[in-house]
Design a protein around this ligand. Structure first.
Ligand code: ZN
Length: 503
C-alpha cells in the first residue's frame, strides 16, 4: 500500500470514529435535557455500546501500519500542513489508546460511573467519609493509567496531556506561581477598598422567560448562529458540538439571580463560537477539532468576561435590559449595574467565584491533585488540607465538606489534570484580547455599538480555523507574538478592578 492510500484509510477511520463520537454527544445532550428518568438504564447501555465500538475502531492494529507508512512519506514534509498535522495527532491518540489495557479502561468507566452517584449523595449529606474509599480507588486507577501512559516524566503530566496536549506541570506551576504572587495582593487591596458594589440588585425578580429571550438575544448579537445551534436548560451548563451546523449550548435559570443564566449563556456561547468556527471541510480529522481544553476555555472566558462584563458591552445592552426587566431595573444606573456584575469577594465555591479570585480556586486544586496522584497527600487527609489551603489563599475556610472538597464533580469522574486548563483559559483569553485590541483599534467603541464581528473574525482567523495545527502555546505565540504569559491577565485585572474599586 502506498502512503496516499494509507492516509485515505486513516482519514476514513478518523471520520468513522468522529461520527461515533457525535452519536454519543447527541445521546449525552439528550440525557441531560429531555430524556425521561425511566430511560437512564437503556441510555447507559447505548453509551457503553458506542464507547466499546469506538475503542475497538480506534485501536485497530491496521491503524499502526497505515501510520508507519504515512509517517515515512512526503505527506509529513511540511509539519504544519493538514496531512502532517492529522498524522501527528492520529499517532498521538493511537499510542495513548493502545497503551491502556482494555481491562483498565473498563474498570475506570465502571468505577467512575458508580463513584459519581456516590459523590452526588456524599455532597448532599456533606459526608466525605462516604466518598473517601471511592476517591482512593479512583486515585489508584489514575496512578495505574498514568504509569501506562508515562514516558518516565511525572505521572501527573501523562494525565494532563489528555486535556492540554504537550503541557508540562512544571511549566504550568511556574506560570501559576507568578500569577498567584500578583493576585493575592490584588484580592487583599480590593477587600480593603471602601467603594463597594450593591450586589443585591442582581438578586431581584428576573422572570425566567424574559431571561431566556434576553440571553438568546445577547448570544445572537455576539455571533452565535441559532440556525446552527440551540439553547436548552440543564442542571449543569455545557456546550457540545454535535457536528458541522449543529452546536448545543445549555444554561440554568433562577428567577432571583440574573448572573447565573446570563453569564452562563455567554460562557457557553464562547465555547459554541469556537465550535461553529472550526473548518467544516476538515470535519472528522484533527484539523477540524479544537486544540485543547485551555484554548476552548479561553474562548468562553473571553466572551463571558472580557466582553460580557465590560462597560462598553452594557452601554449597548443595559438600556435593553431596562426595557426587558423594567420593574426590576428602572431605578438602577448603568454604573451601579456594571459594578454589581463585577463584584469581587473571596468565596468558597469555585463556580460562583468572580474573575479575580477564580484562579486561586484552580491553583488550590492543581496543587492538591498533584499531591494525591504522587501519594504525598493521603486521601483521608484531603478535607483538612483543603481547609488549610483555602484559609491561606483566600482567607475563608469551608464549614463542611460540601462547600469544601466535595464541591466539584471532576475527581469522581476520574478527571485528574483537567483543573489547570481553566486558568490556562483565563491566561490565554487575556493575552488574545490584548493582541486583538492592539490590532483592531477601538474595540470598546465597537462593543458599545453592538459590533462584535471584528473581534469574532479575528478569533476565527487566529484561533478557530487552525484546528489542531499547533499546540496551545504555539497557537498563542502565533496569534499574539509571544509565548503564554501571566502579565496580560494581571494587567487587565489591575486596570479594570483598580478603576472600579478606586485603588
Ligand atoms: Zn467552559
Amino acid at each position: 500500500m502506498n502512503a496516499q492510500s494509507a492516509y485515505d484509510q486513516l482519514t476514513r477511520c478518523s471520520r468513522e470514529q468522529t461520527l461515533l463520537g457525535s452519536c454519543s454527544a447527541l445521546l449525552g445532550w439528550d440525557e441531560q435535557t429531555y430524556m425521561p428518568a425511566g430511560g437512564a438504564q437503556h441510555r447507559g447501555e447505548l453509551m457503553a455500546y458506542l464507547a466499546g465500538l469506538h475503542h475497538e475502531k480506534a485501536t485497530d492494529p491496521r491503524i499502526g501500519e497505515w501510520l508507519s507508512e504515512a509517517e515515512q512519506s512526503d505527506l509529513v514534509a511540511d509539519p504544519v500542513s493538514p496531512a502532517a498535522v492529522n498524522i501527528r495527532e492520529w499517532r498521538r491518540s493511537f499510542d495513548r489508546l493502545t497503551r491502556l489495557p482494555r481491562t483498565l479502561v473498563e474498570e475506570m468507566a465502571r468505577t467512575t460511573s458508580l463513584a459519581q452517584q456516590e459523590w452526588i449523595e456524599a455532597r448532599k449529606g456533606s459526608d466525605f467519609e462516604r466518598f473517601r474509599h471511592w476517591l482512593a480507588k479512583i486515585v489508584g486507577l489514575k496512578q495505574r493509567e498514568a504509569e501506562c501512559l508515562s514516558h518516565g516524566g511525572p505521572l501527573y503530566d501523562a494525565l494532563l496531556d489528555e486535556y492540554e496536549p504537550g503541557a508540562k506541570s512544571r511549566e504550568i506551576a511556574n506560570l501559576f506561581a507568578a500569577l498567584k504572587a500578583e493576585l493575592v495582593p490584588l484580592v487583599a487591596a480590593i477587600a480593603g477598598a471602601t467603594r463597594r458594589p450593591d450586589g443585591s440588585l442582581l438578586q431581584r425578580e428576573y422572570p425566567v422567560d424574559r431571561q431566556r429571550v434576553f440571553g438568546e438575544a445577547a448570544a445572537s448579537a455576539v455571533g452565535f448562529d441559532f440556525q446552527k445551534g440551540r439553547l436548552d436548560t440543564t442542571a449543569h451548563p455545557f456546550c457540545t458540538g454535535i457536528g458541522p451546523g449543529d452546536c448545543r449550548i445549555t444554561t440554568r435559570f433562577d428567577a432571583r439571580c440574573f448572573s447565573d443564566a446570563f453569564f452562563g449563556i455567554l460562557h457557553e456561547t464562547g465555547h459554541g463560537l469556537y465550535d461553529q468556527g472550526l473548518a467544516p471541510e476538515h470535519y472528522g480529522t484533527p484539523m477540524g477539532e479544537a486544540v485543547s481544553l485551555g484554548v476552548h476555555e479561553s474562548q468562553s472566558r473571553l466572551w463571558e468576561n472580557a466582553v460580557g462584563r465590560s462597560l462598553p458591552f452594557w452601554e449597548h445592552f443595559f438600556p435593553l435590559a431596562r426595557q426587558v426587566f423594567h420593574e426590576t431595573l428602572h431605578d438602577v444606573t448603568l454604573d451601579a449595574f456594571h459594578f454589581a456584575i463585577n463584584h469581587v469577594a473571596p468565596s468558597l465555591i469555585r463556580v460562583q467565584a468572580d474573575e479575580v479570585t477564580y484562579n486561586l480556586h484552580i491553583l488550590i486544586r492543581f496543587e492538591l491533585e498533584q499531591s494525591l496522584l504522587s501519594g504525598d497527600l493521603a486521601v483521608e487527609d484531603l478535607p483538612g488540607t483543603w481547609h488549610d489551603h483555602y484559609f491561606r489563599a483566600l482567607g475563608v475556610a469551608p464549614r463542611n465538606d460540601a462547600e469544601g472538597c466535595l464541591q466539584d464533580i471532576h475527581w469522581s469522574a476520574g478527571l485528574f489534570g483537567y483543573f489547570p486548563t481553566y486558568t490556562l483559559g483565563n491566561l490565554f483569553a487575556a493575552q488574545l484580547m490584548d493582541q486583538a485590541r492592539h490590532e483592531l483599534g477601538d474595540l470598546d467603541a465597537a462593543f458599545a455599538q453592538c459590533e462584535f464581528q471584528p473581534l469574532l473574525g479575528w478569533l476565527r482567523a487566529k484561533v478557530h480555523r487552525h484546528g489542531r495545527r499547533y499546540h496551545a502555546p504555539q497557537l498563542i505565540a502565533q496569534a499574539t507574538g509571544r509565548p503564554p504569559d501571566h502579565q496580560p491577565l494581571v494587567n487587565m485585572l489591575r486596570q479594570k478592578y483598580g478603576a472600579l474599586y478606586g485603588l
